[in-house]
Design a protein. Structure first.
Length: 295
């Protein structure tokens, strides 16, 4: 597993650790000490809380990620102390950046606590969202297909390509004479991901495969076999097993997804309204030059 990213901004550390004896709501075990400053498990949890949920889970669930996170915090604090000794805190540009970061943290905290967390959606609102946005939930047309790939390396010469195409055409001839497609895929296909499954690629929607392959697959009806299809990977023979038409799932099957999207949309709208109102109240004006149009 990848080590968790720990892009901790300096301002965050200054707020949490710069002053010895800073009071925490709950004292816990000391995880690291840097001179007269400490990082406790309570500090760690507070900082992890600033991250998106999936990153918090990565850090908490893996001891190596947690250890790496703590070491990164210590590294930043140690280097920050050296910067202070050199007077970097007095640098006007850095002071301005720190202020901007502080403003960003304050703005995010306010929007989260005062706006976002206060927005809720009821069952009626969720159902209305589903009815008005059915396209969002629509499942596109899909096919389940098998293929046999005779691979051709990038930059291969004409003679290599001709030999690969001839091999594919010979296999296609055997299929058209009634030999089993899946068996021939297991014997001849150069696609390791599907070879052992008789060339089965499972279901996939339009535009998820390379264009030439996609076009050929969706042109076939169930049971149909393509001709030899050339792509950048080589030569394919495609057989479509099943087709699913585009459909909109019934509300009950996507209710939770609809609730999540409805809540997300409601929160975005509420934040936008608050910001628009704040701009008007504060008399905000912009003096921006019109963007140049690209030729």
């Amino acid at each position: 597993m990848k080590r968790a990213s720990t892009k901790i901004v300096l301002a965050l550390l200054l707020v949490a650790f710069s002053w010895p004896g800073i009071a925490h709501a709950e004292k816990k075990e000391v995880l690291a000490r840097i001179g007269n400053k400490t990082i406790t498990s309570a500090d760690l949890e507070m900082l992890i809380g600033f991250y998106p949920e999936h990153q918090r889970a990565l850090i908490r669930s893996n001891p190596e990620n947690r250890e790496a996170f703590i070491k990164d915090l210590v590294t930043i604090m140690v280097v920050s102390d050296e910067a202070k000794k050199k007077g970097y805190e007095k640098n006007k540009a850095i002071k301005r950046q720190v202020q901007l970061i502080k403003d960003q943290l304050l703005a995010n905290a306010y929007l989260t606590k005062e706006i976002i967390e206060k927005v809720t959606v009821g069952d009626r609102e969720v159902k209305d969202f589903y009815e008005k946005n059915k396209k969002v939930f629509e499942k596109p047309e899909q096919v389940r297909a098998r293929h046999i790939l005779i691979a051709v390396a990038q930059g291969a010469g004409d003679d290599v390509k001709a030999a690969a195409k001839k091999k594919a055409e010979e296999i296609l001839g055997r299929i058209r004479k009634g030999e089993d497609f899946a068996k021939l895929a297991g014997e001849f296909s150069d696609d390791p991901g599907s070879k052992q499954k008789g060339g089965d690629l499972g279901f996939f929607p339009k535009n998820s495969m390379i264009p030439e392959f996609d076009k050929a697959a969706f042109a076939l009806e169930p049971g149909g076999v393509s001709g030899v299809v050339e792509t950048s990977f080589g030569y394919h023979i495609i057989k479509v097993e099943e087709k699913k038409k585009a459909e909109t799932p019934p509300y009950e099957t996507v209710k939770e997804e609809a609730r999540r999207l409805a809540l997300q949309t409601a929160r975005q709208e509420q934040v936008s309204r608050f910001i628009d109102k704040s701009f008007k109240e504060r008399g905000v004006k912009f003096f921006l030059k019109p963007a140049e149009k690209k030729q």
